[in-house]
Design a protein around this ligand. Sequence first.
Ligand code: CU
Length: 170
Amino acid sequence: MKVSLAGCALAAILAAALVSSAANAASIGVGPLKIENAFARPTPGGATVAAGYVTIVNSGNTPDRLVSVTSDISAKTQIHEMKMNNGVMEMRELPNGLPIPAGATVALKPGGYHIMFVDIKHPVKPGDVIHTTLTFEKAGKVDVAFKAANSMGAMAPSGGMSGMGGMKMQ
Ligand SMILES: [Cu+2]
């Protein structure tokens, strides 16, 4: 009886911890900005880069800008955009960062803007967490954990791009 009560209590504590960590992961505030739904994509073995995605909501009335990102998995972390160039999807670094207009929601997502972890120290496995610091021009710095999705294709857009294989880096 005691054992099962203890088990129940433990389960309740674990459930509460899960709920609270999920709530934390769901949204992080910095100034008028809200950082939501940060996730990364697992990488195939031997990959040298990994991609991270996040949604940034600016509820303020002044524009801001994501100017830089650092992470614990890569020496270099860049802010990339994807563009079609002569029928080939290419990605390149945004040299001046990513504008976050007043009142706007900017989604970094597969096939579009993304965080690029360059020269990763180890592959990203499902469930891994990449710890990063995002720096905004006005709102300042905020620590954001990017959790790796469950499979490489899990978050693939309907266009069928399932990895970095079809892209080239400028
Ligand atoms: Cu990229």
